[in-house]
Write a protein that binds this ligand. Structure first.
Ligand code: FAD
Length: 454
């Protein structure tokens, strides 16, 4: 039985693998007479959605596959983990894209295999069945996964932050620790429950630590009769010599000072050796904690490797200047899953880069379908790097410009509101932020009924 997905256009039986001969990576035209090209985009994150949008007017069948039914605005995930926002405020249904784009179909499925010779994908459907899907063009935009640098055993006690359920679990862990602290009699155990260790001082670790400091020092104060949450310990650890290594050193120093002012203990040059039920062992010392959080490494999702091309150490596909995979005409990898070198520097794994790459490949394919050639390679335009450090303080680096403080924080807030996926997200986040800014309260302090607190 042919269980290949049929979307509008020619029947599946009419589709055969394209003849790759004579096709260059930057110039591929899969059209056979009378057939629409089928473009499959895997991943509905920043890069995949940008690619799909750039193909809006194209005379093609586009299929967007994601294993989740929602797009997540990851830069604000830490605010879900610290009870500022709720999951729906930073996410949008991917299926909604179909409303405005007639040539698009969305499929909820996990792509588990790819046969590049037959130009066929294998997708696992929600009920467990497998569907084979033919493609003419393939855009892989599957992003990254957390990496524990070979210590997967840490994952059990130090969850990472990548999905909405990660953020909800972390929130439950943090809030649950206080609920337990208020009932224990042993002082040492209470101190352990009120100690939070964040492993990894990149932007996510810094933003999470600062937001947690605000939660314990402002929001939760007065909420507990028998404990004082403001006496909690928040420790931010990193093996590197300084925090925020992707920013200029002077900004790292300013942020470290700011964190210290917020009550966060910053420990750099400290390697984590073990994470277990009782705490974290770092630099030869044990730190008792019930809440260790992993904000360190990432590695590419497995799909790029399945294409068979060359990948870098983190599993990202090394693509050519047109973001195409060598020797696989019409196959592109974009966003975090791609390793792109510009000049001598790698293009960073940030939302802006993913959007620009997705849009570039979408436009390249659209031009190709119109019979035009793209000769301009992908060029990343760095619009600046930002990190927020609690209320009223953010840092920005753009070229030689380095700013920090309240005005930068306002810019950060404005940029993030504008970048949210839908108008309703923008309105809801604005409302929550204003409420939280003026009252110090946080509106999403939910522990699910069966708390996953360890
Ligand atoms: C906590 C956190 C905070 C961040 N903060 C910032 C920030 O402040 N600023 C910034 O610029 N960047 C930030 N980033 C990085 C930014 O989010 C990424 O660079 C960006 O999301 C990359 O986009 P992408 O489309 O490549 O991947 P993603 O957005 O990760 O999307 C990948 C998609 O692919 C889907 N997928 C994966 N594998 C499969 C499969 N086999 N089958 C089907 N679907 C699949 C996933 O479900 C997902 O929807 C942050 C990231 C995290 C995790």
């Amino acid at each position: 039985m042919n269980d290949a997905l049929s979307i509008a256009g020619a029947p599946e039986a009419d589709r055969s693998p394209r003849d790759a001969e004579g096709l260059q990576a930057k110039k591929v035209n899969p059209l056979r007479s009378g057939q629409k090209a089928r473009i499959v985009v895997v991943g509905g994150g920043f890069a995949g959605v940008a690619a799909v949008r750039a193909l809006r007017g194209s005379d093609a069948e586009i299929l967007l596959i994601d294993r989740r039914n929602h797009h997540i605005f990851q830069p604000l995930l830490y605010q879900v983990a610290t009870a500022v926002l709720s999951p729906a405020e930073i996410s949008a249904p991917i299926r909604q894209l179909e409303v405005k784009q007639q040539n698009l179909s969305v499929l909820l499925a996990e792509v588990a295999g790819v046969n590049v010779d037959d130009r066929m994908l294998e997708a696992v459907l929600p009920e467990g069945g497998i569907r084979k899907i033919a493609f003419d063009y393939l855009v892989v935009a599957t992003g990254m996964l957390p990496s524990y640098f070979g210590h997967d055993e840490f994952a059990r006690y130090a969850p990472a932050l990548k999905t909405l359920s990660d953020a909800e679990n972390i929130r439950a862990k943090i809030l649950g620790a206080f609920e337990r602290a208020t009932t224990v009699v042993d002082e040492g155990e209470r101190a352990r429950l009120m100690t939070f260790v964040l492993i990894g001082a990149g932007p996510t670790g810094v933003e999470l630590a600062a937001s947690l400091a605000h939660l314990v020092k402002i929001t939760l104060v007065g909420n507990f009769r028998h404990i004082d949450p403001s006496r909690s310990a928040i420790i931010l650890l990193d093996a590197s010599k300084r925090i925020l290594p992707t920013f200029a050193e002077e900004l790292s120093q300013r942020v470290a000072k700011r964190l210290t002012k917020l009550g966060v203990t910053v420990l750099t040059g400290v390697k984590v050796e073990a994470v277990d039920e009782q705490g974290v062992v770092a630099g030869g010392k044990r730190i008792p904690t019930a809440t260790a959080l992993w904000t360190a490494g990432v590695a590419a999702s497995p799909l790029p490797k399945m294409l068979g091309g060359e990948t870098d150490r983190a599993g990202r596909m090394i693509v050519d200047p047109f973001l195409a995979v060598a020797d696989l005409p019409g196959v592109f990898v974009v966003g975090d899953a791609a390793s792109v070198i510009q000049g001598e520097h790698p293009v960073p794994g940030v939302a802006q880069a993913a959007i620009q790459q997705g849009r570039y490949v979408g436009q390249l394919i659209a031009k190709e379908l119109r019979g035009q050639e793209t000769t301009r390679p992908f060029r990343y335009v760095d619009k600046g790097n930002m990190a927020v450090v609690g209320k009223n303080y953010a840092v920005l680096e753009r070229g030689r410009l380095r700013t920090s403080g309240f005005l930068t924080w306002l810019v950060w807030a404005f940029v993030h509101i504008l970048a949210l996926p839908q108008l309703q997200n923008r309105l809801r986040v604005q409302r929550q932020w204003l409420w939280s800014y003026f009252t110090g309260e946080r509106g999403s302090r939910v522990i699910p009924e069966s708390p996953r607190i360890k």
